[in-house]
Design a binder for this molecule. Sequence first.
Ligand code: NAD
Ligand code: WQD
Length: 345
Amino acid sequence: MDRILVTGGTGYIGSHTVVELINNGFKVVIVDNLSNSNIEVLDGITQITGTKPDFEKFDLCDRQKVIQLFEKYNDIKAIIHFAALKAVGESVEMPLSYYHNNLESLINLLIAMEKFGHPGLVFSSSCTVYGQPDELPVTEKAPIKKAMSPYGNTKQICEEIIGDAIQANNKLKAISLRYFNPIGAHKSALIGELPIGVPLNLVPFVTQAVAGIREKLRVFGNDYNTPDGTAVRDYINIVDLAKAHVVAVKRMLNGLNKNNLEVFNLGTGRGVSVLEIIDTFEKATGKKVNYEIVDRRQGDVEMVYADTSFANKELGWKAEISLEETLASAWEWEKYIRNKMNKSK
Ligand code: NAD
Ligand code: WQD
């Protein structure tokens, strides 16, 4: 059984990916400092898979601890690096924390990869690197636009750091996955997205508004140049996204990479507006979403969705789960986690 190191593995995307890795016969060690996740996520993973992954709690910015991790687990065959700070607005307030956390953790991993025999790296990148693309759907070849936030800039710089490291050392291999908008939860409702405080992202806000925790959803702008005036994104089911990581890891382990650095868009290829999300959520759950239209949110792009043909062809992977099922899963998770929280009060 090959061992995969999953950094940020108790986080939203990490936890769903750990489930898929275990289901595909991989052994997993998670490193997470729990700065944006909860240790109880491990119970959810264990309940779903029947296997408890190894877990190490520390900050990846601590280089000594990263080195010690590779000494302890000398069977690591590949790394999936999810761990990062990810709140766009917060990154504007605390840019240095974002640069420190997101860059230093990656550099430490790359140093350890060189020191301990070059396993491959799968890196969590983002469609944010494209900004507002000139052409849609956006392909991996589209120019990288000046980042609109320090967070976005960390993703651009991290991709450059990986590229430079590979340029200097042809034994290193990496796959950078540019996620569009991951939403929803595992169908068991035992793991999902748990934002701390007021959700910044659309779908967690919708589910909390419907659960009565938030008064009403504010739709940021209906004067965009889009079919219904609200902004358009490419919402991808979290389990579909997680599965793409398993494919990427297998591709590297089987030596199928065509280049030492590969970049793939992970989306559905379909643009969906905010009002369509509300409408589909209502149809999928039978629940009414209270909302009001307010001004645009500063820094939002009008419309972005992926050209997924490269990922579909090269990875043999495709997003499959419908938007309706995805939004229903987000609602099931919201009910489960609220119930659990209320019981523990
Ligand atoms: P998340 O916050 O749920 O998970 C990240 C995890 O990393 C958390 O559990 C956190 O505690 C941990 N972490 C952060 N810094 C760490 C450090 N220095 N040492 C150890 N652990 C640390 O976020 P997510 O939504 O699962 O995102 C995972 C990755 O995907 C991130 O790199 C994010 O930038 C990227 N991404 C996310 C989205 C999205 O919409 N969720 C979109 C594009 C890209
Ligand atoms: C989606 C749409 C909002 C909340 C962010 C990051 C990006 C990436 C994914 C990491 C937009 C609208 C939202 C609300 C609303 N993350 N909205 N009311 O902005 O596409 O991307 O997450 O890499 O970097 O910027 O996602 O979910 O915040 O917004 O109307 O309360 O919903 O304006 O059009 P976004 P989102």
